[in-house]
Every structure is written in C-alpha cells, then in structure tokens.
Write a protein that binds this ligand. Structure first.
Ligand SMILES: Cc1cc2nc3c(=O)[nH]c(=O)nc-3n(C[C@H](O)[C@H](O)[C@H](O)COP(=O)(O)OP(=O)(O)OC[C@H]3O[C@@H](n4cnc5c(N)ncnc54)[C@H](O)[C@@H]3O)c2cc1C
Length: 475
C-alpha cells in the first residue's frame, strides 16, 4: 500500500492531530538514542498517537490486513533502534497515552497506560507512601510501556531487581489485532501461578510480540531511611573486590555504582565544583530501609570497604548525600568532555558480566579502547556486573566512527567470552541481534517459533531482537 492510501485508511481511525504523515513529522520519528540511528534513515510511513485500546487494535488490524510493519514507541530513549521503523511501516507512539488509572493502595498495585513517564509515576505514588522500585537513569524520559517492553532496571536493581518482578498483568494487542489480558482478566491477587506466565513472555519482548496497552504493576512501601557511602580507591582491582566483601558481610545495598578514573576525570572537567578525588576508582554504596538498620549497614560498609579503600565517607544527611551522588548523576553527559570535539555514543554500552569477572572486564575494555584508539569512560551498576562503557569520538571523522563500531563489537564479544551478556538492561533491538545465536544457541529457534506462532506475517516490530532467518547478521 502506498503512503497516501495508508494515510487515508488511518484517517478513519485517528483525528488529524493524532496522525502524522508529513515528511518532517515522520523524520522526527527516525531517531532514538542509539548510535546506529545517526547513520541510517529509518523514517516511518506514518505515525499514530492512540489514546485507546480500540485505536491500537484497529491500527494493528489494518496493518495485518496489508502486511505493513507496526512499531510500538514510548519516549524513544532506547539505545538499540528498538522503536524505529527499520523496514518502514506505522510507528505507534504511545507516549501521550499517559493515564495513571488507579492506585489500589489496599492491594499494593497500580494500573497505568503505557505512556506514563517513570519519574511521574513515582512522584504520584509518593503521596501514598509507595514506589515502583526499578530506577533507570532515563527516569525523566522513559515510559512504563518502554520499561516493560525492555525489562528495564537501573541503579537499584541490586536489591529491587528489574521491571519483570513488578508486572502483575498486562493488556496486549496481539499482531492480529486481538486484545488479551495476562495475569488474570479480573485478578488483583499479588500471587498467581495459574496458567502459562504470559506476562513474563511479553516483558522484555521489545515490542515484537504485541503492543502493551495497559499495565498492572506491583508497588512497594517507600523505605523510611537512606544513606550513601563513597569509597575512593588507588587500585582499580580493589573496587570489585570491595563489592564482594560487602556482600560477604551480609549486606545487600540498594545500589552500588562505580566510576573509573576516566569517568572521574570527565566529571571533574564537566563540573570542577564536583571536585572528585583523583583516583583509579570510586564506589558509591546506597543503603535503604529502617533508620537503625541503615545506620548499622553504613558503619559496616565503612569498616569492610575501609580495608581496601584510601578513604570512605558515610552520609545520611540529604544535602551531603546529594553531593556525594552528584558525580554519578552527571557522568552520562560529562563523558563527552574528555576531548573538545568529542561526543559520547551509545555503542557497546551495556554489557553485563559475572561479578567475579568485573575486574577483568574493566581492564580489558581499557585495553580494547587503546587498541582501537578510542577514548572510553566506564561507569555503571557494578553491584550486578552491569558496566556502561561510553566511547567518546568525533562524529565527523568516519575513521573514528568505524573504529568505534569495531570497539563496540569487541566489547560485546568480550561479554559473551566472560560468561556474561551483551546487554544487562538496554535491550537488543537492531544493534545486538547479531549476537543472539552466540548468546542463546538453539534457544533462538524456540524464540522464533513463539514469534511465528503469534505473528506469522512478521509485522510486529520486525528486524529487532531476533537475528534474521538463516544465521547471524544485522537487522
Ligand atoms: C541517558 C539514558 C540513560 C538510560 N539509563 C537506563 C537505565 O539505567 N536502565 C535501563 O534499563 N535503561 C536505561 N536507558 C535506556 C532506556 O531509557 C530504557 O530502555 C527505557 O525503558 C526505554 O523506554 P522508552 O519509553 O524510551 O521506550 P522506547 O525507546 O520508545 O522503546 C523501547 C522498546 O520498547 C518497545 N515499546 C515501547 N513501548 C511499548 C509498548 N507499549 N508495547 C510494546 N512495546 C513497546 C519499542 O518498540 C522498543 O523496542 C537509558 C537511556 C538513556 C538515553
């Protein structure tokens, strides 16, 4: 179907202000936060902004009738081209469908539409003394629909886990336009083992199995107290060892973050006022819970980590905690300051390795950076082995772009070699699906069977998560 015909069919479903077919408007949807999107033209044929399950279902039915790809999109903060029309088609932008429909305090759950922004949900829940624990760095941008589709997590996954642990049920529009509810049609129970766990199937499916239109999330009571310890290390290898020491002492912090020497340098260049100590690594431990427990755990961390660190500072005062955390909160932006013509790119940025391989991973990423002549800044969620590597390059230099791509490939392969994963939280999309066979082996065939059973015509977000039929390769 040509674009004009498609536009006139979609006009039957959407009012003009929620149907985008102009060249510029469509072009705006050819990006997410990925590096790859800069070099490809993934402009969709049309964009729709639904506000009801009926509108989503009608769009999918239309697409299914004509074999047109349908691409769900939240805020576009993903780093994998996941929400881009790599094979053309209709982008379904769910970001403006952002109702928090019900906070059921008695049953510790909340019902939301997919476009609710993570930060806004937690602001809203605060009035009820509740929170939704997964905590991505993109909190002020990303939508709950995007988080469910990517099984997102973040700073506090060490203690609170990932989005999947909080999804009690979903409303999903399947690739034929049929609408189902997972987790029980009328169920509000917190425990439920009835039936195949379809909620888990859709969590992390990156929009290739259906469009999530309603989400039932479990929420938790907000902890009463919080504290932060900042530890400074002269030797990079002592930092992962200190993390293991803390676990061995019986403490499970709510977050453990690392900044290596490159990250420390970038942060101090970005904002000299932050003035982090010149060191090989800094660890930030966050502890939360009841006030007495938090204080005890904080003192224990000082004692245990102090055996390896040059210095450890413990704070429970909100002002001082914010100061200690400031470097970590700006590092993603600060990375680009490593060089005057530099841009931080999202490529090879999210590997996850076993805890006892973190030291080796950090050392070898530095070596790979030197080998490919690309500056890298390393930071991330060391408590669960999830390392964020930020290559910093001049985007105008094609040779550097090529070397950065080779570096990203080498980092992904390093993660697999070390018994880890190419992605701890950002997902696969169209930038990591070429590693699926190396990571999952024959299980990729089972994933394909599930995809084919639900979407035989392959219209739902094609070119993502799974490698193309017949072997490895890009999207
Ligand atoms: C600065 C920065 C920091 C980040 N930090 C973190 C972090 O700490 N942890 C983390 O996990 N991620 C992080 N991310 C990545 C990203 O923000 C998350 O993956 C986020 O959950 C994506 O949400 P989104 O609404 O932007 O989704 P999008 O990017 O729009 O889409 C992501 C995927 O979900 C699918 N999708 C979106 N909505 C739906 C729906 N309703 N139904 C079905 N499929 C859907 C899309 O097709 C796509 O495949 C970060 C990104 C940036 C730019």
């Amino acid at each position: 179907m040509n674009r004009h015909r498609l536009a006139s069919e979609l006009k039957r479903i959407f009012p003009p202000e929620r149907l985008l077919t102009g060249n510029l408007e469509r072009r705006m949807y050819s990006y997410d936060s990925s590096f790859l999107a800069r070099f490809r033209n993934y402009t969709p044929d049309a964009v729709v902004l639904p506000r009801s399950t009926e509108e989503v279902a009608a769009t999918v039915k239309l697409a299914a009738r004509h074999g047109i790809p349908v691409i769900p999109r939240g805020a576009g903060s993903g780093e994998t081209c996941g929400c881009l029309a790599v094979r053309g088609g209709i982008v379904v932008d769910l970001s403006s469908w952002d109702a928090i429909e019900e906070v059921d305090v008695a049953n510790m759950q909340v019902f939301v539409r997919p476009g609710v922004v993570h930060y806004r949900l937690n602001e809203y829940l605060a009035a009820y003394g509740l929170f939704f624990p997964p905590d991505p760095g993109s909190t002020r941008m990303c939508t709950i629909g995007g988080m469910v589709a990517n099984n997102s997590s973040g700073l506090r996954a060490v203690k609170y886990g990932t989005t999947e642990q909080y999804v009690l049920g979903l409303e999903v529009v399947l690739p034929d336009g049929q609408v189902i509810t997972t987790g029980g049609v009328n169920c509000k129970a917190l425990k439920n083992v009835s039936g195949l766990n379809l909620s888990k199937l859709f969590v992390g499916s990156e929009g290739i199995l259906g469009i999530i239109t309603r989400i039932r999330l479990r929420v938790w009571p907000r902890p009463k107290a919080r504290g932060i310890a900042m530890a400074v290390f002269a030797d990079l290898e002592e930092a992962p060892a200190a993390v293991l020491d803390v676990y061995r002492s019986g403490i499970l912090p709510s977050g453990i973050e690392i900044l290596d020497s490159s990250a420390i340098r970038a942060i101090n260049m970005y904002n000299p006022e932050i003035n982090l100590p010149d060191a090989e690594a800094i660890l930030l431990f966050e502890v939360d819970g009841n006030p007495a427990g938090v204080e005890w755990e904080g003192q224990k961390i000082v004692e245990v980590v102090g055996k390896r660190a040059i210095s450890v500072e413990w704070a429970t005062n909100p002002g001082r905690m914010a100061e200690l955390w400031r470097g970590r909160s700006v590092v993603a932006v600060a990375a680009a300051r490593l060089r005057p013509d530099g841009s931080r790119i999202f490529a090879g940025e999210d590997i996850s390795v076993p805890l006892n391989k973190v030291t080796e991973a950090l050392r070898r990423i530095k070596e790979l950076g030197r080998q490919y002549g690309v500056a890298v800044v390393n930071y991330g969620h060391i408590g669960d082995g999830n390392i964020h590597t930020a290559p910093v390059i001049n985007l105008e230099n094609p040779d550097e772009v090529e070397r950065a791509n080779k570096l990203a490939d080498a980092i992904h392969r390093l993660a697999i070699e070390l018994g880890g994963s190419t992605t701890g939280e950002h997902g696969v999309g169209a930038v990591r699906n070429q590693y699926a066979l190396d990571e999952h082996g024959a299980a990729v065939n089972t994933m394909r069977l599930i995809k084919k059973a639900l979407d035989p015509a392959n219209i739902m977000n094609p070119g993502k998560l799974l490698p193309p039929e017949g072997g490895a390769g890009g999207a």
